[in-house]
Each structure stands twice: as C-alpha cells, then as structure tokens.
Design a binder for this molecule. Structure first.
Ligand SMILES: Cc1ncc(C[n+]2csc(CCOP(=O)(O)OP(=O)(O)O)c2C)c(N)n1
Length: 686
C-alpha cells in the first residue's frame, strides 16, 4: 500500500524499487535547488536521508494527500528537524503540496519553515528542531494508537549524532518496556555531526547492541540500497511484538562528490555554480525546473517585501542602517566577541570549555583554535546539554572555570532544571553562553530563536545575567564574567552581524548602566553619540528615556536619531547590559528626570520591561510621580523563518517601531501638560 484514497481504500500510486531510486534522485535535485534558493539550510543530512524519505513517503507509509489528517494514516516523525527539506520533498512527491513550493523554503510566512511546524503544513506530524525529542513524541503517538485500537504505524527518523541526547534513551526504554511494536525508529547513521565524526565528538556505538538491550528488534541496512531500504521498512511495518529500529548506514552529502563525508556541508548550501555541478553529478542536468523554482521564490519574496514595507512606521527620511550617506555603521556579530575573549583569556589553567556540537558557529572553538596546548581543557560533550550542564557544576566544584554554550534555547531552556539545581542552588562558578538570542537568528526559525531564555535565567537565585550590545561589549563582558565574576553567570548574544556602537574607551562596568546621548549627526554613527557611565551622568532635561539591552541598544540609538531629527525630541538611551543584578538607581533616575520610560528587548516582552517597571513602581520616592511606560519586544508569539532583518521588522523590534512607540508615549506626556501632540508621519520614505 502507500498513497491511497482514504475514503475508498484504493491505492492511487505505488512505486517499484527502480522507480523509487529515480524519485529519490529527483528529490535530491529539488533539494539542491531549494537550498540554493533559500541561501541557508542543511545539505549534508538531507542528502543522506533522501532514499529513506522516498521509500517511506512514496511506498511504505499509508497516507492520503487529499486527506492529510486521515486518522488511520501512518505517522512519520522527523526528530531530526534540520532535515525538513527532505520531509517537504517527501510530501511534495507524494502529492501533499506542489513540488515548486519547496522553493519557498525558509522564507518569511512560509509553511516550509527551516524546521518543520505541523501547524503550518498539512502532512507534517510534529514540530521539531530541538534534537532528541521526536522519539518520545513517537512513543506518545504509538501509545495513543494502541489505546485507540488502531493499526497504523509510527515511524521516527533520527540522526546518529542525535543519539547523544539522553532523552532518546528514555524513550527507547519506554518503547521496549511497553513492547511498542507499532513504533519504528530509523537512524540515519552517516557518522558525521557538526563538530566532526560522531566517534570523535561523542561515540554512540555500538548502536545495535544498545537498542537490542533496550528490547528493540534491530535491522542494519545500507541506507542507499533502495531494495534493502524498502525491505527493512516493510518488515518493520509488519511488526514482531517489539519496537524495531532500522540503523541505516548512509553517507552525508550522498550523490554530490564534493559534499560527501565532509562535516563542513552540514549546515551549508550550494551556490548556483555548486548546485549546477551537483545536478550534473546526479545526472539531472536540465531535469529540474531551476529557473521556474527561482522565479517562484523571487515572486514570493516580492510579496514578503511589500507586506513588510507596509507595516513599517514611516518618517521624513529613511533612517535604516547605512541607507544614508552619513551615520554609517560597521557591523559584526556579537558572538565573535565571545570567541575573542576565550582566545585571549584561555591560558588560565582553570578555564575548561565544553563543546556541544555547535562550536564553530557560537565561536567557543576559538578557545583552542591554533593553540594545541589548550586541547586537554577542551571537552567535547556531544549533543547532550543537560548532562553537560551538571558536569560543568562538577568541574566548578573542583575549582575549574567551566564554560559551555550553545544556542540559547538549548543552553538555558532544555537544561533549565540542571542549571537551577546543579549550578545555581550550589552557587557554582559556571559561565553559560546563550548564543543566537532573539528573532535575528533568521531562517532556522522558531525552534532556534531564543525568546524566553532571559525570563528563566533572571528568575534563578544566584544567577547573573549580561546581554551585551555589540561585539566589543561582548568581549568585555566575557572577560569580566570569565575571570573576575565568581558564581553562576549567563551571557546572551546574537547570531547576525549587528552595528558596532562601542569601542575600547566605552565604559563597561558589570551591573552599571551606561547613558548614551546623541550629540550630532556624523559621518560615522558611533561618533554621533557620547556614552558615559550612568552614575557619572548629569540630567540634561531629556524628553524621554529608552532602556535597551543587547543589539536593541543600537536600535534604541537609531530611534533617538529619528526622534531628534524628525520630532526634535532629546532621548536618554540607557544601555542596561546587566539584567541581573539590575541597576535600579539608573532606572529610577531616568524615570524621575524624563517621566517617559520605554524598554526595548529582542525577547518576549518582560525580561527587561517587567524588572524596569518594578524598579519604578516599587521605589517610594517615585510614588505619586506620573511615569509613562511602554515596552517594545516580541508580543507573546513564537518566531518564524525569514531573513534576520526581515524578522526585526516583522516582530516590530526595529528602531522605527521604538520611535513610533516613543511618539505615542510623548503624546500622553504632552496631553498631560496641555502641549500639542506630535504624530508619526506616514509620509513614506524609501
Ligand atoms: C537540542 C539541540 N542541540 C543542538 C542542536 C543543533 N544541531 C542541529 S543539527 C546538529 C547535529 C546533528 O547531528 P546528526 O544527528 O548526526 O545529524 P546529521 O549529521 O545526519 O545531519 C546539531 C548539534 C539542535 N538542533 N538541538
């Protein structure tokens, strides 16, 4: 069976092994084109899983493209969410969605998110992206099938690096314990993960013996031999009284010679030239409608651009970054500052850095880059955030200075209880780096955009939290936290290149805010502002205050420019880089001096806004003094795929949105004092 009409049971299409080989090859071609059109994504793993995807979606799984929610369908869970394009191609080739739509991969508002989201695309069973969770969801689906006395099967696709997550083994134990013979695990054993070979990063072998010892039936196959793939899947589907795992030996980047077995192609996509070369090697020259796919992507993008432009507040000039001949900024990712600090300070023998299989991207690998003598203090823990967190506490207990980091969602949320109990409760000296904070992470989408991490980190007793505003401040903050601050500490930084607005001379004192004031327009944005420690600053009678942290500080500065240039308002920008401990005096002084306080955070509203609000409302000297407050940030929604700066606009965390909100607050202030109220000009600048 396979693709069928759920109302009649009629099989609509069944593929022979030879036809499946052909379809898998075509799917690889579409994959290269979709990844090239997206400009980001995962080439290596999508190519290694494609034969299995073709066999599952086109022959083995029972499903109905016209009725994606048919209750008797087989369920396919992609625990390995970064291989989403292979899932989308499986659906497209089975007829769930148009093939050319995969060209919309990773674009804003697209159903084809960087990681799959079941609420956006019919046929996607489960939203994934945080590794190691899918098998547990599959256990739940299999248990539900049993409770409902249904005969359908649940397939769960995983990676071999992913086997390092402890949760996989909890789920494996459950499946064995409950004899879930309606559950079929598939491991794409391509032997590579991000940081290198799985055996070197954190060995997971022998996988066969491990699953067998948990009570699973084990089948090992060549994952590129279509006959073996089909036979294994069909055998597993028949069931044998216990769960079955198919361990498929595959090649990462399969089919494209220059991608095969190369770790660097994990999270990389081909450019046009490489795509063409790949298509030729696959024997698909002229067989993929590349021009049509690219045109489809371009047309879709034009509509996205139009929608985004419509929602941007407009002013007399275009104040966007580097749009003007003056006020030019240089941009670099804040994450580089973290790596610079580890490189500079890593000779301290107490410093020990943990690798969590994302080391280059978050720059923690700078600790040992070109310094082989530090390698003994570099400990690769694999994709195992929870255990690594508690292990860091163990090292700290013995006097080491452990540092670990990964994307902030996995560094501060997945392991929250371990941070709470192992690190904070014991008050251990561990530095945690939450990389890729905010929506500006971009096309990877919601699962990879940390928007709640600061709530958790600021809510933990003993924890200290710093959110630096640019690459330079990130380096200074890391220097301080690593060697000077003793105790649990969390630093949050971003992925995208953001404006550099501080330099070596700019003060950075942990726990103390800086005041930033616009003095004049200048050829360089950074020179237009003066920055002082807030405790050394005297009130200049500004109209309002904007309090920001992280890369929202440059946005707040740009808002100050808009407010001065378009409306004549003077703004006190407070860079509140340390969220915990909070500089309450700076906040209270700003509230008293300006009586308008607007916060700006690239986070769900509240990590910055609520502590600021509480500092104001709980200060007796402000009782009875009217303070008008507002908050810019993400409004209780998950992120989305899209280009970083598109998301800044879509989630309304740009300088333009800050300025528009400031005008609104200034309207309230003026109405209290009887002055005429300014409006945001909707005069359309380009
Ligand atoms: C919980 C979690 N930690 C880290 C990541 C980042 N990440 C994405 S893919 C990947 C490597 C996966 O390796 P593997 O399972 O072997 O997949 P493959 O090599 O087949 O692509 C990592 C660490 C993640 N998505 N989720």
């Amino acid at each position: 069976m396979s693709i069928l009409d759920s109302t009649t049971g009629e099989v609509l299409r069944s593929y022979s092994v030879d036809e499946l080989k052909q379809q898998a090859n075509l799917m690889r071609g579409y994959d290269l084109a979709a990844l090239c059109a997206a400009g980001s994504g995962h080439a290596g793993g999508t190519l290694s899983i494609m034969d299995i995807a073709a066999a599952l979606y086109l022959r083995v799984a029972d499903h109905d493209p016209k009725n994606p929610n048919w209750e008797d369908r087989d369920r396919i869970v992609w625990s390995t969410g970064h291989k989403a394009p292979a899932l989308y191609l499986g659906l497209a080739f089975a007829g769930f969605c148009p093939k050319e739509d995969v060209a919309l991969l990773r674009k804003l508002y697209s159903p084809y998110q960087g990681h799959p989201h079941w609420l956006k695309l019919p046929g996607v069973e489960v939203s994934t992206g945080s590794l190691g969770q899918g098998l547990s969801v599959a256990v739940g689906l299999a248990l539900a099938a049993r409770l409902n006395q249904k005969n359908h099967r649940v397939f769960c696709i995983m990676g071999d690096g992913e086997q390092q997550e402890g949760q996989i083994w909890e789920a494996a134990m459950e499946a064995g314990h409950f004899n879930l013979d309606n559950l079929i695990g598939i491991v794409d054993r391509n032997r590579l993960q991000i940081d290198g070979w799985v055996k070197d990063v954190m060995n997971v072998e022998p996988l066969e013996e491990k699953y067998a010892s948990f009570g699973w039936e084990v089948i090992t196959i060549n994952g590129h031999n279509m006959r073996q793939v089909v036979e294994a899947l069909e055998k597993a589907k028949r069931g044998c009284g216990k769960p079955t795992v198919i361990i498929a030996d595959t090649v990462k980047g399969k089919g494209v010679s220059f991608m095969e077995d190369i770790a660097g192609w994990h999270g990389k996509v081909p450019n046009v030239e490489e795509m063409n070369k790949g298509l030729k090697e696959l024997g698909l020259d002229g067989q993929i409608p590349v021009e049509q796919l690219f045109a489809h992507a371009k047309q879709y993008q034009a509509e996205v651009d139009r929608k985004l432009d419509a929602k941007m507040p407009k002013f007399h000039r275009n104040y966007w970054w580097n749009a003007d001949a003056s006020m030019k900024v240089q941009m670099k990712p804040t994450r580089l500052g973290f790596g610079q600090s580890l490189a500079a300070n890593g000779d301290d023998p107490r410093v020990v850095c943990f690798g969590l299989d994302i080391s280059g991207s978050i720059t923690i690998s700078e600790f040992y880059a070109g310094k082989p003598e530090r390698k003994s203090r570099w400990i690769s823990m694999g994709i195992a955030e929870q255990s690594a967190t508690s292990a860091a506490a163990g090292l700290a207990k013995e006097g080491k200075l452990p540092v670990f980091g990964t994307y902030a969602t996995f560094a501060a949320a997945r392991n929250l209880d371990q941070i709470r109990t192992s690190i904070c409760y014991g008050n251990f000296n561990v530095l945690i780096a939450g990389a890729h904070g905010g929506v500006s992470v971009g096309p990877d989408g919601a699962t990879h955009q940390a928007l709640e991490d600061l709530f958790a980190m600021c809510g933990l007793p003993n924890m200290n939290v710093v959110v630096p505003c640019d690459i330079v401040e990130t380096r200074k903050a890391t220097d301080h936290l690593l060697l000077k601050h003793v105790g649990p500490k969390y630093i949050r930084f971003a992925r995208e290149a953001t404006p550099i607005v501080t330099d070596e001379k700019t003060p950075f004192v942990f726990g103390k805010a800086n005041v930033i004031r616009l003095r004049r327009e200048s050829p360089n944005f950074i020179d237009a502002f003066e920055t002082r420690l807030e405790s050394e600053y005297r009130d200049e009678g500004e109209d309002l205050t904007i309090i920001a942290c992280g890369p929202m500080v440059p946005e707040a500065m740009r808002a100050a420019w808009i407010l001065k240039s378009d409306f004549g308002y003077e703004t006190r920008v407070l860079n509140l880089h340390t969220l915990k401990p909070l500089d309450r005096e700076a906040i209270v002084r700003a509230a008293r001096d300006t009586s308008v306080v607007l916060t700006a955070e690239e986070h769900q509203i509240g990590a910055l806004a609520w502590p600021v609000a509480s500092a104001i409302t709980e200060t007796p000297s402000l009782y009875g003094i009217p303070v008008i407050t507002g908050a810019i940030g993400v409004k209780d929604r998950f992120g989305d795929s899209g280009a970083p700066w598109e998301l800044i606009k879509e989630f309304e965390v740009s300088a333009e949105h800050i300025a528009a909100k400031a005008i609104e607050l200034m309207g309230v202030k003026k109405s209290h004092s009887g002055e005429p109220v300014a409006q945001v000009h909707l005069v359309g600048t380009k």
